[in-house]
Design a protein. Sequence first.
Length: 432
Amino acid sequence: MKEQDIILKATNISKQYRLGVVGTGTISHDLNRWWSSIRGKDDPYLKVGESNDRSTKGESEYVWALKDINFEVKKGEVLGVIGKNGAGKSTLLKILSKVTGPTTGEIKTRGRIASLLEVGTGFHGEMTGRENIFLNGAILGMSKKEIKSKIDEIIEFSGCQRYIDTPVKRYSSGMTVRLAFAVAAFLEPEILVIDEVLAVGDVEFQKKAIGKMQDISRGEGRTVLFVSHNMAAVKSLCTRGIVLENGKIVFEGDSNASINFYLDNAYKMSSKPIFERKDRKGNFKLKIQDIYAENHQAIRVGELHSGEEYKIVFEYKKFKDIIPKQFTIVLQFKNENDEIVNTIATDEIGTVFNHIKDEGRIEIQIPKLQFREGNYSMNYMISEKPSFNTPHVVIDYLQDAFAMQVLKGDYWKSGILNRPKGFIQEASINIA
């Protein structure tokens, strides 16, 4: 990048927190810091601490939420910041927005930054929506005349005309986000920072907001930093992406490459390998070696969206001969309460196998995932069934073999995200 094109530069950004307390720590820690500083030494507690892996129990009371973050953003670029929960995305955006300071490193920016990090960020609950627009504009350094020239556009875009002179403490979270985004987008900052908060809005507003961010970057040449777990939104909006894991940048590239890296990595981290499981049963003429989900682009994914197309893939090895026409697969899907919510069985749906290779893939095609938001697990049973009246002879059986995290989706393409939990039933409804 040319130096004159760079609008934001992060150099060696790190952020350390001490777990379990508020403040700098004990008096002894403060004395150690003071003694180091008068001797011209570095803070001794910057040398300790563990990476920010929320899934493991650590030994140190210090944790690096971010560690040695370096990147540049040029004018007019839309940068997607991707990573699982606890990866450090929000901490990074708070540092970039100057909500909190880095422990080490520095941020250099050119121009004003507007942030939308949490519902109600920068809003005063007792003030009306209209008053908060003027307050936010003043914080951004705009004159009253400049704000007045934009206020009608802000109110119209937000869709909150009826409530604009009502205190925002009476707004719903969705209304608050609508107004906050409109303020941040229309008051013309050079850099717009948006966290996952847009997910609070409805589908219509999310599309509207993404369209506005595209206009801001492509038409007006302003810069956007965007954090989201919605990979479709990241793909459509962002030109480049960085992937965070345990407080470090593990990948940087164009948006498609970043998304593919994140999805593939999320899959690899999702569960203990099947071949290591000792709690399986059967005669093991054939053994499942791996289970994973692929989206319609044949990319392994760790998170699934309701209503989308997927394959559940079983990689197998065969050790003894099996008569293909006797080969049967049964899958049972369970919810968080260990209740079976759906079953797929090859003998029930009339699937007959013609050959079974020494090793290969069994692919379960799911045209539209009918689960609602939630965490699910899957049991499988591979068996031989010599005839209709004879019992199954178990080849390989394993409970809780595969974990599925299902996120909300617009199953019916109606603009309404599915309500959480359960199974979606295909149906039509009429009033007679």
